[in-house]
Design a protein around this ligand. Structure first.
Ligand code: G1P
Length: 283
């Protein structure tokens, strides 16, 4: 199965860092966010990834390309460890690109991938969301294999935060699996069908690509994927599966900080020293 990684968004929440730099290239530890996303796709058996980019996003393409001068330099310096790391990046997957001329919303970005995915179901992986445990896509696939329908990853959020997310409504048909009756993009807290928030990973049937061209601008004046999925619900079932793993929306400064701390604490390289300095700082 193929994956579409929308990475054309502006990164307003992370300005000024994202003024001239794609938010997907922000590092978490020493690796850019989008590399985590591609590695997650690869771990789920995806070998064909389409990144939807736009103006100012060329660093993403360069990152997944060879860096011949850098490789020469590392080779001459005998830095075989780093050399191996750098050489492995372009070999991760077949990465394709399409440019969205203007940021017109997530739905429009996904539509840019229609010629690439054709009549096949495909994953959507938001390019600034990291799921370190990498178990999200296999869960989506398992639900897809059971029901033969689109599946969305969701996670419960506090009621006061529902207006930041796409929210689903439905009933639980198996533990953690919901059959949808409703989807709404960023509802006010008092009109939300549940507190289950769309989380940045989807497995979608190709029918959504036929709906997207007809979706009008919705929330924020943008063409919303959530609105296309609500339309899809009129003709096809859609399921959601709750994630019990952490995910980080790294386009948000606090969440990006958390991702750095949590992942650093798990490493031998930084974990012990960071634990010690955090202990000192927090008294
Ligand atoms: C997008 C989706 C939203 C989802 C969110 C997850 O919103 O439109 O449904 O809940 O990603 O991060 P954005 O954060 O791009 O505004």
């Amino acid at each position: 199965m193929k994956a579409i990684i929308p990475a054309a968004g502006v990164g307003t929440r992370f300005l000024p860092a994202t003024k001239e730099q794609p938010k997907e290239m922000l590092p978490v530890l020493s690796k850019p966010v989008i590399q985590y996303v591609v590695e997650e796709a690869v771990a789920a058996g995806v070998s064909d990834v389409l990144v939807v980019t736009g103006r100012g996003k060329r660093a993403i393409e360069d990152h997944f390309d060879r860096s011949v001068e850098l490789e020469d330099l590392l080779e001459r310096a005998g830095n075989t460890d780093k050399l191996r790391q750098i050489r492995a990046i372009p070999d991760l997957a077949n990465v394709f690109y399409v440019r969205q001329g203007r940021p017109r919303g997530l739905g429009h970005a996904i539509l840019c991938g229609a010629p690439h995915t054709g009549d096949e179901p495909f994953y959507v992986m938001l390019g600034d969301v990291i799921v370190p445990k990498k178990d999200c896509l296999p869960k989506l696939k398992a639900v897809y294999d059971t029901y033969g329908a689109s599946v969305i990853a969701v996670e419960p959020v506090e009621q006061q935060y529902v207006s930041r997310y796409g929210i689903i409504g439905g009933h639980e048909v198996a533990p953690g699996v919901w059959k949808l009756t409703e989807l709404v993009e960023k509802p006010p807290a008092n009109q939300s069908p549940s507190n289950l928030a769309i989380f940045g990973r989807y497995l979608l049937t190709p029918q959504v690509m036929r709906i997207l061209p007809h979706v009008e601008a919705g929330r924020g004046g943008e063409i919303q994927l959530t609105d296309a999925l609500r339309k899809l619900l009129e003709t096809e079932d859609i399921y959601a599966v709750t994630m019990d793993c952490e995910g980080y929306d790294t386009g948000n400064v606090l969440s990006w900080l958390e991702a750095n701390v949590v992942l650093a604490l798990e490493t031998d390289e930084y974990g012990p020293a960071l634990r010690e300095s955090l202990g000192r700082m927090l008294g």
